[in-house]
Ligand binder design. Structure first.
Ligand code: CA
Length: 222
């Protein structure tokens, strides 16, 4: 089982990520400052590092540089605030494998983590590449959706919402669950964004696909 270090000083984000990763079968640990992150990676056997760039003691880019300088090869995904294009580029140049922009949804982060672990652990036997329910197929590598013989392009959020439904076929998903899975910790629970996006999916994939369960939420027909 893959072991992930979460280097993040904001407790709310660290515990949101930890909770989600554990629920998905990962082993996790949290480092709350740069020195701790360095010590844990260099002294441990982690398979992947999630690295917040704004860490106490040293910033994340310095941590990245020191880790790569000392030969650490594990995949590193940096967590960064929305508009820090400069940081993202510096991070990738400094040896990060990928980045996720805050605020992020858990599903989005999980997709990045799975992708990076896959390319790192080339030999792992079973790799999930597609999800299928009825006539609907989601290719998780190319992010293409196929409905019968038709290929449909979906923007990221719609894809992630659909992926969430396909991971729970026939199960009623509440608005809160969907909001949490797809939009993350930064959204108002009173938001109607879930309903709006379900509407987008119905428009593109047919109104029959996702059923409204009154007073409870939505369910993918299977
Ligand atoms: Ca921070």
């Amino acid at each position: 089982m893959s072991k992930i270090l979460i280097a993040e000083d904001e407790p709310r984000i660290a515990s949101f990520v930890q909770k989600g990763l554990r629920a998905n079968g990962f082993t996790t640990a949290i480092a709350t400052d740069a020195q701790e992150a360095l010590n844990m990676v260099l002294g441990g056997d982690f398979d992947l590092l999630l690295l917040d760039l704004g860490l106490p003691i040293k910033d994340g880019l310095t941590v990245l540089e020191e880790l790569r300088g000392q030969g650490a090869q594990l995949p590193i995904i940096i967590l960064t605030a929305r508009n820090d294009i400069k940081d993202k580029l510096a991070g990738l140049k400094g040896g990060a494998d990928d980045y996720v922009t805050k605020p992020f949804s858990f599903e989005e982060l999980l997709a990045r983590i799975r992708l990076r672990l896959r390319s790192y652990q080339q030999d792992s036997v079973e790799v999930e590449t597609a999800l299928k329910v009825g006539n609907l197929l989601l290719d998780l590598r190319t992010r293409k959706v196929r409905l019968e013989d038709q290929e449909i392009d979906l923007p990221t959020r719609e894809f992630i919402l659909l992926e969430t439904f396909l991971r729970h076929p026939g199960q009623v998903m509440s608005r809160e669950q969907l909001l949490d899975h797809v939009w993350g910790y930064d959204y108002d629970p009173g938001s109607n964004i879930v309903d709006v996006y379900v509407g987008y999916l119905r428009k593109k994939l047919g109104s029959e696909l996702i059923e409204t369960v009154r007073g409870m939420g939505y369910r993918l027909r299977n």
